[in-house]
Design a protein around this ligand. Structure first.
Ligand code: ASP
Length: 324
């Protein structure tokens, strides 16, 4: 008999539609009340830890979820499912991936349709997530995201649609596996990365998106003593408008780490172009080019690295490669 801990944190999976058609949180969490039909021998233990829409989730809350899971692992649980709002699900999942030992399956899931809507996907996704967390094949795959019959790695999955149930996708690489009739089938192996043991989280790590004609204004606005780090979603293969450079140089002069990813949906940021604002110049200036992560994931990685006390070359190495 496997013991699976379900930690509920809120989101649409815990909400209902009212008579006006508005989707609202409930005092009693419907996903925690529903009868889950479990195939196989599973002892499901429930912790209604939070009931938050995911735009209310902060790195401090991610830290609390991580600590709760660490305790459960120490207590001998065989797998963990976290239910979460989908808006920031990928950030919490990746935070857990970077901070928890890769020992038991940890699966994050959510829903695009609330508990009483026609075609609600909450109970289905929850049941799928439990099957994945309880499967022997799911060990050693890092934190997984299960939605709509697909299994994704926390590292690369992203929300791609505002309402469609097939919103979670893994650009460039595809899902690591699929679920068919309650059974997971894996088709890819995970390249394991460094796990950071953290006990607190730093704040003031920012994310800015580049656009044509961008100037230094926003960079000047965040260049202050409280700022701990910055991620920029750059253009194309990793370039920035030249007018941004004076503001960026000042941030670097103030010893604030800057990480560059691409705002493109597919591909990686690289030093390819040698012109004013091109990736070659940005790297020479001291910006870290991070490969394969999107902006919100790179921000979580920078935040976790800083929270682990990394700086200088050690921080650059940790953030640079998507796998390290
Ligand atoms: N806005 C909701 C949330 O993230 C969306 C969802 O859960 O699907 O909490």
């Amino acid at each position: 008999m496997k013991t699976i801990l379900a930690i509920h944190t809120g989101g649409t999976i815990s909400m209902s539609q009212n008579s006006e058609g508005e989707v609202v949180p409930n005092a009693t969490n419907p996903i925690a009340q529903k009868q889950v039909i479990l195939k196989g021998k599973i002892n499901l233990v429930t912790d209604e830890m939070f009931n938050l829409p995911s735009p209310h989730v902060t790195p401090e809350i991610m830290l609390k979820i991580m600590k709760r899971i660490k305790k459960a692992i120490a207590d001998g649980v065989d797998g963990v499912v976290v239910t979460h709002g989908t808006d920031t699900l990928e950030e919490t999942a990746y935070f857990l991936d970077l901070t928890l030992p890769n020992t038991v399956p940890i699966v994050v899931t959510g829903a695009m349709r609330s508990s009483n809507e026609i075609g609600s996907d909450g109970l289905y996704n929850f049941t799928s997530a439990i099957s994945v967390a309880a499967a022997d094949e799911s060990y050693g795959k890092g934190v997984l995201v299960v939605m709509n019959d697909e299994i994704h790695t926390a590292r690369y999955v992203t929300k791609t649609h505002t309402t469609n149930v097939a919103t979670f996708r893994t650009p460039t690489f595809g899902p690591i596996g699929v679920i068919s009739k309650d059974r997971p089938y894996y088709f890819q192996k995970l390249i394991t990365g460094e796990v950071c043991n953290i006990d607190q989280v730093v704040d003031h790590v920012y994310l800015l998106k580049a656009y044509s004609g961008m100037e230094s204004t926003l960079f000047e606005a965040i260049d202050n003593p409280d700022t701990n780090g910055l991620v920029i979603e750059g253009l194309g293969a990793g370039n920035l408008p030249p007018q941004t450079l004076p503001g960026i140089q000042k941030i670097l002069d103030d010893d604030i780490p800057i990480v560059l990813v691409s705002r493109c949906y597919n591909g990686v940021a690289q030093e390819i172009y040698d012109y004013e604002g091109g990736g070659i110049q940005l790297k020479k200036m001291g910006i870290t080019l991070c490969q394969g992560l999107n902006g919100q994931k790179a921000r979580i990685k920078l935040l976790v690295g800083l929270s682990a006390g990394k700086k200088g070359d050690e921080l650059t190495k940790f953030v640079k490669d998507a796998v390290s």
